[in-house]
Write a protein that binds this ligand. Sequence first.
Ligand SMILES: N[C@@H](CCC(=O)N[C@@H](CS)C(=O)NCC(=O)O)C(=O)O
Length: 209
Amino acid sequence: MIFYDCSTAPNPRRARMFIAEKGLGIETRDISIAKGEQLSQDFLAVNPRGTIPVLVTDDGIVLAENLGIAAYLEAAFPEPPLMGVTPEEKGQVMMWNAIAEQQGGMPIAEVLRNTNPHMKGRAIPGPLDFEQIPELAERGRARVGFFFDQLEERLRDSPWLAGERFSLADITGFVFVDFARVIRTRIPEGNTATQGWFDRIKARPSAAL
Ligand SMILES: N[C@@H](CCC(=O)N[C@@H](CS)C(=O)NCC(=O)O)C(=O)O
């Protein structure tokens, strides 16, 4: 297998943590977004959508998208389970993963990509160029606040996002909470359940990679 990673970006970090939590060692190639390598002919030949992460299986199947990579690795290497064991857990993992991705990752990206001068004309990842829309950054900020509220409410009742077991949903939530620093946003003071959860994940070896 070959794993296409980018050390500076949040979505590849999610896959990198998942691979580490599975205890797998996979040949890794770093693609520098800063140098524009994701849009090079060589990389577009691997993933025409020009995004990272990508996992190429031993059979040459190309898996872009975190969820595709995670589902494949979970099926091929079931231990330790990271996507739930019982039907209830499996449902909750997918639900909280989607909440973290769509209500955490997306608004943070909306703020960053619509304000950062280096991302002018690159407001959306991928092969097409889109101009920045400042109003989206404003909307994104309000949505990030709501994301932190939702996390705190859930983590006051549950040790992990999907219940009693650490999962893919925690990896996704953790990576985006950490990435919020790029828009100068931290876990709000007083959100002690979220802070405790974050610190427990930060102490895991996979978070240091
Ligand atoms: N939904 C995709 C998102 C992948 C994605 O957007 N990756 C970003 C890095 S965080 C990227 O490839 N950016 C390339 C660019 O900005 O041109 C996934 O979960 O794998």
